[in-house]
Design a protein around this ligand. Structure first.
Ligand code: 5CA
Length: 158
């Protein structure tokens, strides 16, 4: 296994979450790629997106079917300015690259919001540390392993 996935599996275990990674050599870099590889609905894919809110990185776990509404994230966090993190900021905050960023097990302790739409599915799939590894879990497990706050963060059109 690649380093990123091993590191993630260990860190998840330390949080009480047993991760069984699945590898898809064709790639799971985007939500659409992951859904096609897995054969699930794109709405069941967890996008682990990093934003910077008033200078502080935060993680927004978003359904693959949705776009994040920055104003809603700002309101949730009581922040004035929210923007998408750069690729370098994602690496710095999480220790993982874009396309493989997992929902937990990061290098720094991030506040986490979870798109309430993800709770509609019995099983969701998230990146497991690389752009070719994913894992399945129940939304409840995702909530407890990340200490996330469920929130309405999606664009109304999303
Ligand atoms: N492996 C899949 C899901 S299992 C995954 O990681 N999807 S993702 O949505 O969380 O990661 C891709 C996201 O990274 C894109 O939606 C986009 O928001 C973001 N992204 C892609 N390129 C860049 C970039 N150059 N700078 C900042 N963000 C980027």
């Amino acid at each position: 296994m690649a380093t990123g996935v091993e590191r993630f599996v260990e860190r998840a275990a330390a949080r009480g979450l047993e991760v069984v990674p699945r590898e898809f050599p064709e790639g799971t870099r985007t939500a659409a790629d992951a859904a096609a590889a897995i054969g699930c609905d794109v709405a069941q894919i967890v996008k682990s997106l990093v934003f910077v809110a008033d200078g502080r990185p935060v993680l927004v776990l978003t359904s693959g079917a949705n776009r994040v509404d920055l104003d809603r994230v700002a309101a949730q966090l009581d922040a004035t300015e929210v923007r998408k993190a750069t690729a370098a900021e994602v690496r710095e905050a999480t220790g993982y690259g874009i396309g493989g960023t997992p929902p937990l097990g990061h290098d720094t302790d991030l506040a986490v919001l979870l798109d309430a739409d993800l709770t509609r599915h019995p099983v969701v799939w998230a990146a497991a540390g690389t752009a070719t590894h994913v894992f399945a879990l129940a939304p409840d497990e995702l909530l407890s392993a990340t200490d996330a706050v469920p929130a309405e963060v999606a664009d109304e059109a999303g």
